[in-house]
Ligand binder design. Sequence first.
Ligand SMILES: O=P(O)(O)OC[C@H]1O[C@H](OP(=O)(O)OP(=O)(O)O)[C@H](O)[C@@H]1O
Length: 279
Amino acid sequence: MTTLNLIYPEQSTIRFKTMVFPDGQPHIKIDMDSVQMLDRRQPVTLLTRVDNANDLLTTLFIKNTLDYLEFEQVGLHISYLTAARMDRVMLDGEPFSLKVVAGILNQGGFKKVKIFDPHSEVSTALIDRSYTVTNHQFVKDALDDYFRKHGNSVYCLVSPDGGALKKIHKLAQFLQTDNVVECMKERDVKTGALTNFKTTTENLEGQTCFIVDDICDGGGTFAGTAKMLKEKGAAKVNLIVSHGIFSKGSKIEFVDEIYTTDSFRKVEGVQCFEVGKYL
Ligand SMILES: O=P(O)(O)OC[C@H]1O[C@H](OP(=O)(O)OP(=O)(O)O)[C@H](O)[C@@H]1O
């Protein structure tokens, strides 16, 4: 596969240099020697994080460069998509950010777009020719790693809220388990405050729980959920999140171990897998 890999440049088939001009404009230069021998009718995949406005612009600049070079089939693999959480107008006076980001990506005219564990189906609904790459294999790898280190034990998968609930049963099917604990939380979208952590599961005595979700930002969702699970007897509460932002650090109260990927950035102090394997 021919790749232009911004996440792991050393693995890129097409070599390039990225830079930022003094006025802040991002720029890319493709090493023409590395494209000379390529058949431009064959597919090229651009792998990138789209975690800020400059990444978005760089992505479109690269597509434009490849268009000029007459590559015919350029696909885009996105490890982390900025604004994926803003999948509706949350409050009057705020934008529908994901719609804007999707509109920009659609300008690129990519042949196919794959997104690793997007926050909701709104991303693939708005982005042309786009597909979700599920978290299934990543979660399986995390569980295998955990049980290799700690020995096998009875475990349950936990969905912490409504967003995660939509995905957890397909994951459970993939992992061939039916031990799923459904939880709920409430978020005040004005203040971000989290309250009302609850679940209908009564007893988790001795269980090893794995909370599975797309993003850990400040970690409040997971501290609140883990506290509740431990009050119900859980022996261990671990967290598996595809995208580790960890805006308040990677130590989360009541959570024992954390698995994430470098989809957003490489995270120290937790088990951080390379996202490239899953894209
Ligand atoms: O680490 P935190 O700061 O707690 O944020 C992470 C949570 O935020 C997002 O969900 P959101 O609250 O937007 O709800 P939803 O999944 O039900 O849409 C995400 O899916 C996590 O559940």
